[in-house]
Design a protein around this ligand. Structure first.
Ligand code: PLP
Length: 419
């Protein structure tokens, strides 16, 4: 190819300086069982950069106070910091309105909020809720509960042998009784990236809203709720380099305004009397009681952190790492990769012939390698692939090819131990 002037003038493509990035995560510098920690359990919880730790600690040391209530300096200061975090989240997911961003303690609480509140108002006898086969239990059980309460049913959107949703079947399942589609953006047990934008467009043809479990997407690539056009988008702070106890429900105003409160109590009312009470507008309507203030402010700092790096470059780097890890593990005789979708992010689930995944987890831990072993709160996925559990390595942009090599060597050792 002949280089044009524009190409010559373009900056070189950004490279990912993983060594520099790792320095920002204090946890990664330690040894475990005498070996440098290899942290590959990011789908369960990601690590926290120094700036987020420092922001949380500064809040506790200098700013702690209850929010939205006091007229004194500290309360106003804390309120400003908390609401600034909400504004950061709005921009991070490109929500149209900051009031559509509700703070919760995590994805689990968020989906329960949507299921209970939306369900109480909009789901009735004989209605159907479509839930994908690859969901985390957090995006199955809240829908089963509300379906049971209302005399509705949950129907499973099936997947194929690669762990991809069968979109033709999904489209055939939608009908006038469908009241919700609940689907993960990225599967925590398989890594599959689902075609949310297309699935949402199809659901909307039937007037059906879509609730996206985004717990495993927001840490791995940029998201845009307006582009996806989904109705609800729920995620946890602790999987996106923020603190535990933080999370968000984004919901379109048209739904949130019409939905009843999920929990009631202080901070979410307009008037209270024994004759009857009225509620504050969104987001307060869904935020009863004192929230996790430090966690919310910390989540804002995590968003700042993600904005401070080249997130697109991070996603591309991480994707290469996943491909490399898949190649290395698939080449080991006796290893079976569970989840081979064309579009994947972060997650590599696998089994080793004649070895229980818990034994894999325990043995690789002796080499300082943290992976997850179990059903990953996705028992229907385990049933589909006819395995009791899998071992799961899940990557973040601070992991390295050397760490992948260590994992491959440790898995090889597992096989030797059980030979
Ligand atoms: C896809 C998915 N949904 C929901 C959850 C639940 O998140 P949390 O435990 O933060 O509420 C998880 C956690 O692993 C997850 O991976």
């Amino acid at each position: 190819m002949i280089a044009t002037e524009k190409m010559i003038n373009e900056p070189a493509p950004a490279t990912w300086d993983v060594a520099r990035i790792r320095e920002e995560f204090p946890v990664l510098g330690q040894t475990v069982n005498g070996r440098p920690l290899v942290y590959l359990d990011n789908a369960a919880s990601s690590q926290v950069p120094r700036v987020v730790i420092e922001r949380g600690s500064r809040y506790l040391q200098e700013e702690h106070s209850n929010i939205h209530r006091g007229v004194h300096y500290l309360s106003q200061h804390a309120t400003t910091a908390y609401e600034a975090a909400r504004e950061k989240i709005k921009r991070f997911i490109n929500a149209p309105d900051v009031k559509e961003c509700i703070f919760v303690r995590g994805t689990t609480e968020g989906i329960n909020l949507v299921a209970q509140s939306y369900g109480r108002k909009f789901i009735g006898e004989g209605d159907e809720i479509l839930v994908s086969q690859m969901e985390h239990h957090s995006n199955i059980l809240p829908w089963q509960m509300i379906a049971e309460e209302k005399g509705a049913v949950t129907r499973m959107i099936p997947m194929n042998e690669r762990g991809e949703l069968i979109i033709d079947e999904y489209e055939n399942m939608l009908n006038e009784r469908t009241k919700m589609v609940a689907v993960a953006h990225v599967s925590n047990s398989l890594g599959t990236v689902n075609p949310i934008k297309e699935m949402t467009a199809t659901a909307h043809k039937f007037g059906v809203p879509v609730c996206v479990d985004a717990a495993q997407s927001v840490p791995h690539f940029p998201v845009d709720v307006q582009d996806l056009d989904c109705d609800f988008f729920v995620f946890s702070g602790h999987k996106m380099f923020g603190p535990t106890g933080s999370g968000v429900v984004y919901g379109k105003r048209k739904w949130l305004d019409a939905m009843p409160p999920y929990q009631t109590g202080g901070g979410m009312i307009r008037t209270v009397s024994f004759e009857g009470s009225t509620f504050a507008p969104i987001p307060e309507k869904f935020e009863a009681g004192t929230p996790a203030i430090a966690a919310g402010i910390g989540l804002g700092a995590a968003v700042d952190y993600i904005n401070s790096i080249d997130f697109e470059a991070a996603a591309a780097y991480e994707h290469e790492l996943l491909d490399y890890a898949t190649e290395r593990l698939a080449a080991i005789p006796g290893v079976r990769i569970i989840g081979t979708a064309a579009k994947k992010a972060s997650v590599l689930s696998f089994t080793v012939e004649n070895v229980h995944p818990h034994d894999i987890g325990t043995i690789v831990d002796q080499s300082g390698i943290a992976v997850r072993a179990g059903h990953h709160c996705a028992q229907p996925v385990m049933q589909f692939f006819d395995v009791p559990a899998t071992a799961r390595a899940s990557f973040a942009f601070y992991n390295t090819r050397e760490e992948v090599d260590k994992l491959a060597d440790a898995v090889q050792k597992v096989i030797e131990v059980f030979a």
